[in-house]
Ligand binder design. Structure first.
Ligand SMILES: Cc1ncc(COP(=O)(O)O)c(C=O)c1O
Length: 387
């Protein structure tokens, strides 16, 4: 992610003076682990998404895992998710002992297709785990309908969806629980970090317990003048809490999120305008009914129409100093999933066909308008060269 001169990485965080000062303030207070700033960040994040509770943890992976554990998911259960996601979404299901079951995506939105979910629901299914791919909301009405009809929980993977809105509701306030990522490339970054939001008081309480050894009081409460040394372990928990150093970044990033989002939207519009009409490149669909967080700007290179392969496109951009990425290798194609569960090529044709074409172009508020123009010029140059 380090920016070398003249090279535009596909993602980079925007850290300003405010973040630096907040981190220094935390260093001066001495609360380097979980403390009052985590509590404040949780409060502000919950109010931002419109959920009753938020629990700050050290990653989205931890948020999803702890939520599944708190929902009592384990061996014999099935959890339904998208194959077009980062492996963490499926890995956490495996870690609970449950079976990861994939439902193919809609080629238009690249999100899990509710019709496919309907076909995959079995008596063992307990949770639907939709992924808001690139920051575009899944079809939550249909997903919630299916969940209600079959008595399932909905845990959303909102790693890409800080600021995503679905039909007037913020992602984070829709399903039973939602997991966010604050990893370095994400729309709001704490370096590493995550948040679980929910309206369910018991779920929030259990995730909080599980995130810190199962202890019934936080260290920072015990170590204050009013605190007591006494604590009890109510569950065999894990160590997944956020720290106040991370929360310092989070608090200041949250304050500048609206501005960062405005820039993402402006750059996405510039790409839509600048790249339209090029043969062989399919541009991402905006969300007509909600708000796309534009975490990623994902184009699809149709090798036949474009006259060049996806890999050549990536290499040509790299030659011009532009970084890209591919989101994602479908999870079922990874060796572990193929070997452990017998998944194979052809199982999820829509995800596989999309995967062969996907390229994520740089899109983040730290980029300048000139950077955006540089990418547009480079893509146009590459795509038009074959004429
Ligand atoms: C869709 C998706 N889910 C989950 C994660 C995991 O997030 P984290 O690194 O915060 O655990 C990522 C990370 O990139 C992701 O892209």
């Amino acid at each position: 992610m380090l920016q070398s001169k003249g090279y535009l990485p596909y993602a980079a965080p925007l850290i300003g003076e405010e973040e630096l000062l907040e981190v220094i303030d935390t260093l001066n207070t001495g609360w380097l682990s979980r403390g009052p700033k985590c509590a404040l960040f949780e409060e502000r994040f919950a109010s931002f998404v419109g959920s009753k509770y938020a629990v700050a943890v050290n990653s989205c992976t931890a948020a999803m895992f702890l939520a599944l554990k708190a929902m009592d998911i384990g061996p014999g259960d099935e959890v339904l998710t998208s194959p077009l996601t980062f492996a963490a979404t499926a890995n956490v299901i495996v870690h609970t002992g449950a079976l990861p079951v994939f439902a193919d995506i809609s080629p238009k939105t690249l999100n899990i297709d509710p019709d496919e979910i309907a076909q995959k629901i079995s008596p063992r299914t307990k949770v639907i785990l939709p992924v808001h791919y690139a920051g575009r909301a899944c079809d939550m009405d249909r997903i919630l309908e299916l969940a209600a009809a079959h008595g399932l929980k909905v845990l959303e993977d909102a790693a890409h969806a800080v600021y995503t809105r679905y039909k007037g509701r913020m992602v984070g306030s829709i399903g039973d629980a939602t997991a966010f990522s604050f990893y370095v490339t994400k729309n709001l970054s704490t370096g590493e970090g995550g948040m679980l939001t929910t309206d369910d008081v018991e779920l929030a309480h259990k995730v909080r317990l599980l995130s810190l050894h199962g202890m019934d009081t936080d260290a920072w409460k015990r170590y204050t003048a009013k605190g007591s040394w006494y604590y009890r372990v109510l569950l065999p928990g894990y160590k997944c809490n956020m720290t106040d150093l991370q929360a310092s970044l989070g608090l200041r990033q949250l304050e500048r999120l609206a501005e960062m989002q405005r820039i993402r939207e402006a750059y996405a519009r510039a790409y839509n305008e600048g790249l339209k009409g090029l043969e062989g490149i399919v541009l991402p669909h905006a969300d007509e009914e909600g708000r796309h967080a534009w975490h990623l700007y994902v184009v699809q290179i149709d090798e036949k129409q474009a006259g060049l392969s996806r890999q050549s496109f990536i290499e040509e951009l790299k030659r011009r100093g532009i970084g890209t990425s591919v989101h994602f290798i479908p999870v079922h194609l990874h060796p572990y999933y193929a070997t452990a569960y017998g998944y194979k090529e052809g199982d999820f044709p829509a995800a596989e066909s999309a995967y062969r074409k996907l390229v994520s172009l740089p899109l983040y508020p730290k980029m300048t308008e000139d950077d955006v123009e540089k990418v547009i010029g480079a893509v146009r140059g590459i795509m038009c060269k074959r004429y």
